[in-house]
Design a protein. Sequence first.
Length: 64
Amino acid sequence: MGVELELEEDISNLDFALPAGATLCGRVLDANTAEPLAGVEVEYSSEENSADRGQFTDVDGLSV
């Protein structure tokens, strides 16, 4: 079962916990056309797990 968040502007310092074994993925869409956006940088980090990750969306707007 997945949870979907719809974010409509630049977001920083969004704080939430994932259960063990959970994954984080998403799709970036144009707010006006709902078309996928490629090349958008998505960054996230975890202080608890000492993780810091940045990547760019693919042609389908996916960040996995």
